[in-house]
Design a protein around this ligand. Sequence first.
Ligand code: SAM
Length: 284
Amino acid sequence: MTAGKSGVLYLCATPIGNLEDVTLRVLRVLREVDLVAAEDTRRTRKLLSHYDIHTPLTSYHEHSGRRKEEQLLERLAGGQSIALVSDAGTPGISDPGEKLVRAALDRGIPVVPLPGPSALLAALVVSGLPAARFAFEGFLPAKGKERQQLLEHLARESRTIVLFEAPHRLRKTLDDLRAHLGNRRACAARELTKKHEEVLRGTLDWLAEHFASRTPQGEFVLVIEGRGEEEPGTGREEWALLAPEEHVRLLQERGLAPNEAIKKVARLRGIPRRELYNKVKLRK
Ligand code: SAM
């Protein structure tokens, strides 16, 4: 359904760091629309002035509320066109853009995407991990049952997993991922397209060790290998009800040497190897 004389809501992807990462079409649309609605007006003003664009700018962010949304929708319905810009990357991914898109579509206002930078896609393709099938989870819930349940769900995910994370939460998230997913190949992509861009490829254990001695700084995307072909005794459903030392015995019965079994169980359950070794010894 399209409204006769309504304007268009353009979803404009903008740089995630390097100001050169912007399409010619985005620059033209930013110049031609009646209004730019930006999540972070300071950041967008920098982009506009870099390209000598003088379109009026207004803010639209997660605390903007219904009134602001209504004002934008009224302008669109009245025939004006608006370019929606998130603080970086593609609007609608982990930002309030999604809400405005839905509200515009509900009123029959045309919505047009202008593709371009995306932190999640940039991190995925540079990670070296399989990119054909992936599961993007945005930011993990900060804590509680919701976080726990999502981590348990991710442990069964066979596609490559992509997550956003804030620097002050990175260490905790790496620890939780190790505990639930075991040690897997993983990549931390930091400050992509910026001066201090860094792509760290290794395993979850290695990343946790790396950041144990360095304070995480800047913006991060984590890319984690999906669950591989199951080895016997490694599927969480199989061992969830077993005590750690029973889990070790199960793996031994399936042919693993005692030390190998202890190492694997410690990794899968995220418990120190020495602690597990003592438990197994006590049981003998
Ligand atoms: N809509 C954006 C997109 O499409 O890229 C993502 C917005 S989300 C609110 C912000 C998160 O994206 C950051 O916390 C970080 O995880 C990630 N991010 C944004 N810019 C980045 C960059 N230059 N390098 C690494 N991660 C980045």
